[in-house]
Design a protein around this ligand. Structure first.
Ligand code: CP3
Length: 358
C-alpha cells in the first residue's frame, strides 16, 4: 500500500533509541469517553461496537485527540475483545458494567469449538480502520496497532467479562492447566496473525496490552502470560522485522528482566515503578513507555505539571548516571486515561512533556 511519508518520527526514533529533540508522548485510551466529541460520534454510531465497525467513524474518533493535543502517535480505534468475538463468544457491552460474552470457555470441548478465523475476513473492519486511519493521518504521526495478550484475552473468555479476582481463570489454571494451555496456544496463533494483518494494513508499531498479567504470581506470569507473548513476538520478528513492538504488562514492574528475554522494542510500565530504576535495569536493551498514574489527571493542574516533570527528571537522571544517551522514553500514562478526566488536564500533561528540555 502507498501511504504518505512520515513527518514526525519522534515516537519511532525513541523506540529505536535513536536521538530525539524532545520526549514523544501519547496516551493509552486517548480516544474515548473523556472527550465530548467522542461521545457525540459514538451517539451517531449507535453504540461502541457499531463505532468500532464503522470505518469512517472509527477513523474520526482516532483522529479526535490529535486535533486537541500535540501528540506524537495515534492508535487504532478498536478493542482487544474483537478476537474472542470473532472466535464465536458473542461480545456485548452492558452500560456501566463493561464488556460481556454470551458464551464462556471453561472446558476442552469449548476450547476446541472456538472458531478459527482469518483477520481480513472476520475482522476486516479492524484492518479497514487501520488503513483508513493511516491515510487520514497523512503522515503526521505514526499509527499504532494493538492486541490483548493471550492471558488477558483468556481471562475475559473464561470469566465471561471483567473480573475482580479471576476466580474461574485461576481455577482452570490450577485444576485443568492443559485446558488453559490449549486456549492460550489458540490465542497466541490468532493474536500473531491479527497483528501481522494490522501491519499489512498500515500499522507502524504494535502494542500488546497484558492488562491482567500482574494478577499472577511470578512463576505463573512466566508460564501463562509471558511465554505466550514470547511466541507472538518471535512470529512478529520473523514476519514483520521492521515493526517495533511495545509489551505492556500492567503490574509487571517486578519482572522487567524476565520481560526483556522476549526481546520487545519497548516495555510499558505502570506508575508503581520508579522510571530511573527501570532505566538502570534495562539500560539500552529496550525503550520504556509510561508511567504517570492516570488518576493524577483528576487532580490539581500544578500537581500534574510537577508529577510529569518528576517522571521525566527521574528517567533522564537514570540516563546520565549510566552515561547513556537521552532517548528511549515514550511518555505515557501508566494505564488508560479514565472517562472522568477533564481534557484540559490531559493537555497539561502533554504540554509539560512537550516543553521539557532533555
Ligand atoms: O487507546 C485508544 O484510544 C484505542 C482504543 C482502545 C479501546 N480499548 C477503546 C475502548 C484500546 C487500546 C482498548 C484496549 C482494551 N480494551 C483493554 C486493554 C487496555 C486496558 O485498559 O487495560 C481492555 C482490558 C479492554 C476491554 C474493555 N473495552 C473494557 C474493560 C471496556 C469497558 C471500559 C469501561 O470503563 O467501561 C471496553 C470498552 C472500550 N474500549 C471503550 C473504549 C473507548 C469505552 C466504550 C464506550 O465508548 O462506551
Amino acid at each position: 500500500m502507498n501511504f504518505p511519508a512520515l513527518k514526525n518520527t519522534r515516537f519511532l526514533d525513541a523506540l529505536a533509541l535513536r536521538p530525539i529533540d524532545r520526549t514523544p508522548v501519547w496516551m493509552m485510551r486517548q480516544a474515548g469517553r473523556y472527550l465530548p466529541e467522542y461521545k457525540a460520534t459514538r451517539a451517531d454510531a449507535g453504540d461502541f461496537l457499531a463505532l468500532c465497525k464503522n470505518t469512517d467513524l472509527a477513523c474520526e474518533v482516532a483522529l479526535q485527540p490529535l486535533r486537541r493535543f500535540e501528540l506524537d502517535a495515534s492508535i487504532l480505534f478498536s478493542d482487544i475483545l474483537t478476537i474472542p468475538d470473532a472466535m464465536g463468544l458473542g461480545l456485548y457491552f452492558e452500560t456501566g458494567e463493561g464488556p460481556k460474552f454470551t458464551r464462556t470457555v471453561r472446558n476442552m470441548q469449548q476450547v476446541e469449538a472456538l472458531e478459527s478465523f482469518k483477520t481480513t475476513d472476520a475482522l476486516g473492519y479492524v484492518t479497514d480502520a487501520v488503513t483508513a486511519i493511516r491515510h487520514a493521518l497523512g503522515g503526521s504521526v505514526p499509527l499504532i496497532g494493538f492486541s490483548g495478550s493471550p492471558w488477558t484475552l483468556a481471562t475475559y473468555m473464561i470469566e465471561g467479562g471483567s473480573s475482580r479476582d479471576f476466580r474461574h481463570a485461576k481455577t482452570m489454571m490450577y485444576q485443568q492447566p492443559e485446558v488453559l494451555n490449549a486456549l492460550l496456544d489458540r490465542l497466541s496463533d490468532q493474536v500473531a496473525e491479527y497483528l501481522i494483518a494490522q501491519v499489512d494494513a498500515g500499522a507502524q508499531a504494535l502494542q500488546i496490552f497484558d492488562s491482567w498479567g500482574g494478577a499472577l504470581s511470578h512463576a505463573d506470569y512466566v508460564t501463562f502470560s509471558l511465554n505466550p507473548m514470547r511466541k507472538i513476538l518471535d512470529k512478529l520478528r520473523a514476519s514483520c522485522p521492521g515493526t517495533p513492538v511495545i509489551m505492556f504488562t500492567k503490574g509487571g514492574g517486578l519482572w522487567l528482566e524476565e520481560q526483556l528475554s522476549a526481546q520487545p522494542d519497548a516495555l510499558g510500565i505502570d506508575w508503581t515503578v520508579k522510571l530511573g530504576q527501570a532505566k538502570q535495569l534495562v539500560g539500552s536493551r529496550c525503550a520504556l513507555q509510561g508511567n504517570l498514574d492516570p488518576m493524577i489527571l483528576l487532580g490539581d493542574r500544578d500537581n500534574i505539571k510537577l508529577a510529569t516533570t518528576r517522571m521525566l527528571d527521574d528517567y533522564y537522571q537514570g540516563c546520565s548516571e549510566q552515561g547513556l544517551s537521552k532517548t528511549g522514553l515514550i511518555a505515557n500514562l501508566g494505564h488508560g486515561i479514565t472517562q472522568w478526566t477533564n481534557p484540559d488536564n490531559a493537555k497539561v500533561f502533554i504540554e509539560t512533556v512537550n516543553q521539557y528540555a532533555i
